[in-house]
Design a protein around this ligand. Structure first.
Ligand SMILES: [Zn+2]
Length: 422
């Protein structure tokens, strides 16, 4: 990675122990800074009697109250325009996210974070990239464009829409990179085909950095195998900016060194061990807008095993949904999306539903299945499914039952909680 001078690539591969030390140092610095400069942070720490000197390691963050995304617009109304979270006396730009939520300018560190994402996705100096996200009000466009510019990539700030004009620009300017949503990339490709082009042959597009929506694996394969476009995802939000990016392994999102992420039980605020599903809680190392312990409401889990790419940062396992959709079973959150991920591995299954009941003071998971072909080896499927379920959901299914076609209603919840608590 030595050809980049703009950011210190060595940081991405620093040894795990050093990373731990680095994060703790950054944490102490931002907490001290925020306490002295952002009134809302001082207020929230004083409220529970925590002082900056008590926050020494990541573990200590549990002492800090959570600020929730869902309350943030309200907090800003009470204390406009930034809810007391502005950490600097002067700013040069203000962005507006839906809500409205007001966000001060993008810190330099966040351009670095996004540059890491583009670099990991194969973007290099000499590329020409269209940035097809909004440049009005929100910071998405300026953020991504700024990161590309810093990598020496030529940008064309095309923004949202104008499908045919975008195609013409891509042809005229020999565009090699795309930043935007997966769905808009597909719209561009389909429109090009309707216009009689062979996308792979007639366009130069080779790298795509995708965000703001889920990227189903089937769609990624289509981009890569049918159209020759390497597709990698990012995870970002308006207030926090870049929180994760895929590397060439495409198995989880590396957390950039510019933020600290905890996965917590959203009911207790306690940190959860790797593999367990909880809320993504973020502390960005951003002195302009130091949102300490900011709850996104998004669910994920963390992988700490080393990644073959050489980056030593932990990875998020992707977005597993939002708070409120998941069901807590034997102390573990199970989300409908995890169940769907398991079932997608088995072609034989026509319909499925997970029921959570209670028997002798213990949660009991029953999986109901309708099969496409009832003559298949049910025992084999039971064994394979039980294993896959436990691997992904981290809890064991107690029963797998085969039901006749039509038992599971057409419109149904993936997980039904049948427990009563009397
Ligand atoms: Zn990696």
């Amino acid at each position: 990675m030595k050809e980049i001078e703009f950011y210190d690539a060595a940081k991405e591969t620093m040894p795990v122990k050093e990373r731990e030390r680095f994060l703790n140092e950054q944490l102490r610095e931002i907490v001290n800074y925020a306490y002295d400069n952002a009134p809302a942070v001082k207020e929230k720490m004083d409220r529970v009697g925590v002082t900056p000197s008590q926050i020494v390691t990541v573990r200590d963050l549990e002492k800090m109250p959570i600020t929730r995304k869902d309350d943030f617009s309200e907090l800003q109304k009470l204390n406009p325009p930034f809810g007391g979270f502005l950490g600097v006396p002067e700013i040069r730009e203000i962005f507006v996210s839906p809500g409205p939520i007001y966000e001060p300018e993008i810190p330099e560190a966040q351009y670095v974070a996004a540059a890491k994402a583009f670099y990991a996705a194969g973007f290099r100096k000499g590329d020409r990239a269209i940035v097809t996200v909004s440049f009005h009000m929100v910071l998405a466009g300026p953020h991504l464009a700024g990161a590309l510019r810093r990598l020496g990539i030529t940008i064309i700030a095309t923004g949202v829409g104008n499908t045919e004009l975008q195609l013409q620009i891509m042809r005229d300017l020999k565009v090699t990179g795309y930043a935007g949503t997966p769905s808009f990339l597909m719209i561009l490709i389909k429109r090009a085909e309707e216009l009689g082009y062979n996308f792979r042959r007639d366009f130069e597009l080779r790298h795509a950095l995708l965000g703001a929506e889920m990227l189903p694996e089937a769609l990624r394969r289509t981009f890569e195998q049918d159209y020759g476009i390497n597709a990698q995802q990012i995870y970002s939000t308006g207030e926090l900016m870049l929180l994760g990016y895929e590397c060439s392994q495409k198995s989880g999102w590396h957390i950039p060194e510019e933020v600290l992420i905890e996965i917590v039980d959203h009911e207790t605020g306690k940190q959860l061990p790797p593999g367990e599903v909880g809320e993504i809680m973020v502390t960005p190392f951003n002195k302009i807008f130091p949102l300490i312990r900011y709850g996104t409401g998004d669910l994920s889990s963390i992988i700490t095993e080393p990644c073959p790419c050489g980056r030593t940062s932990p990875r998020l396992t992707g977005l597993l949904g939002r708070i409120g959709e998941e069901v807590k079973v034997r102390g573990m959150f199970v989300h409908p999306r995890q169940v769907k991920e398991v079932m997608a591995k088995f072609d034989q299954i026509a319909q499925f539903q997970v029921k959570v009941g209670r028997r002798e003071q213990r949660d009991e998971i029953t999986i109901n299945l309708e099969l496409k072909d009832v003559t298949i080896d049910k025992q084999q499927l039971t064994n394979d499914l039980a294993k896959a379920f436990q691997d992904v959901c981290r809890v064991k299914a107690d029963k797998i039952e085969f039901v006749t076609k039509g038992t599971i209603p057409e419109e149904h919840k993936v997980i039904v909680d049948e427990r009563t608590w009397e």
